[in-house]
Design a binder for this molecule. Structure first.
Ligand SMILES: NC(=O)c1ccc[n+]([C@@H]2O[C@H](COP(=O)([O-])OP(=O)(O)OC[C@H]3O[C@@H](n4cnc5c(N)ncnc54)[C@H](OP(=O)(O)O)[C@@H]3O)[C@@H](O)[C@H]2O)c1
Length: 322
């Protein structure tokens, strides 16, 4: 591999802009190509970030020989097929969340990554943030005793536009896949195992997607995760991890830049960790670290963890969409 890891971006939409800004502060990375369904959009994006190679289709990007890893930033229903195409072309993949829309798809993607011996990771960017790493450290040090409950909420209210990505069933709209997966991922990270019980109640709106939902996950030993998500209701974005000896509070947990540790009611530790750029640099750094170590997956966001999240999604969707 050359000195810098050479990145390509597939699908230059809203999140791709943020990722490109984050990547710009990563010394070990070079953004060398972008592929869009339209050459004009590829050019516009490339001009903004000084990207040398631009493609008016995804295939040419995927088959560009001088790319090490492709960041897939299209709406979720396309992640499955595009990831397989990249892996088949020998390109490592960092794929936006949710990495697929069904666990069966992800099983195929993981299988292909192993067959082709090519790296694959879900861009669950929250996991790689320094504040979340600190939270994991506090938990590993047993600072709050046994975790009994995780509470996490993530919802916002968008205007009524049934053809927008978030409300369009064909684009896998709805709160669960867009933001609910962050709350599930947090619970999954904390408990480190699959729940034994999964129950949810959702309101399915006029466009056919889950506009808001409450989710309860039950773990062995009676531990719980109480989660909410929404695309048509503004909900505070905080998380609380409640243990037998104390608690951890994470404001805006999905883009966490601070967290507070309490033992009993007393604050005993606090982290304030502003992003170096916009927070997307950390997932890129992890992907680069893994690529350089010759890994097929990250230990921080492993294939099995992504799979567990989608298995929970499958179960909830089966309850909601009959
Ligand atoms: N990590 C985060 O913080 C975060 C935040 C927002 C979204 N996301 C995830 O990132 C993904 C993209 O979200 P986004 O909000 O960036 O989406 P978006 O702007 O609506 O779409 C991204 C790009 O996908 C391409 N695309 C390909 N086929 C498409 C189709 N049939 N309809 C619409 N666009 C299509 C388009 O690029 P071209 O046509 O130019 O190729 C479009 O600009 C989603 O999976 C989402 O969950 C993550």
């Amino acid at each position: 591999m050359v000195d810098k890891v050479r990145w390509g971006i597939l699908g230059p939409g809203k999140i791709a802009h943020k990722f490109a800004k984050g990547l710009a502060v990563v010394d070990q990375a070079e953004l060398v190509a972008v592929g869009s369904r339209s050459l004009q959009r590829a050019n516009e994006f490339a001009n903004q970030y000084q990207i040398p190679r631009r493609y008016g289709n995804y295939q040419d990007l995927i088959h560009d020989k001088d790319i090490d890893i492709i960041y897939i930033a299209t709406p979720h229903p396309f992640h499955y097929e595009q990831t397989l195409l990249c892996l088949d072309a020998g390109k490592a993949v960092l794929c936006e969340k949710p990495i697929a829309i069904k666990s069966q798809q992800l099983e195929q993607m993981i299988k292909r990554s192993r067959e082709k011996q090519v790296f694959l990771m879900e861009a669950m960017w929250t996991r790689f943030l320094p504040t979340i790493a600190k939270v994991r450290q506090w938990l590993a040090e047993d600072r709050i005793g046994q975790v009994r409950m995780v509470k996490a909420d993530f919802g916002f209210r968008i205007g009524w536009n049934p053809t927008s990505r978030l409300l369009d069933l064909d684009l896998a709209g709805g709160g669960l896949l867009d933001v609910g997966v962050y709350t599930i991922s947090l619970a999954q990270m904390i408990y480190g195992s699959a729940p034994t019980r999964v129950k949810g109640l959702a309101h399915i709106g006029d466009s056919g997607v889950d506009e808001q939902a409450g989710i309860t996950l039950g773990y062995k030993d009676g531990q719980l995760a109480i989660l909410t998500c929404a695309v048509r209701t503004k909900i505070p974005h905080n998380a609380d991890i409640l243990g037998t000896e104390g608690s951890i509070h994470i404001p805006s947990f999905w883009k966490a830049q601070s967290a507070t540790l309490r033992v009993g009611d007393k604050v005993v530790d606090h982290i304030d960790q502003p992003f170096r750029s916009n927070g997307y640099e950390y997932e890129a750094l992890e992907a680069i670290r893994c690529l350089r170590a010759g890994k097929l997956e990250s230990e921080i966001m492993s294939h099995d963890e992504s799979l567990e999240i989608l298995q929970i999604v499958d179960t909830l969707q089966a309850q909601w969409y009959r």
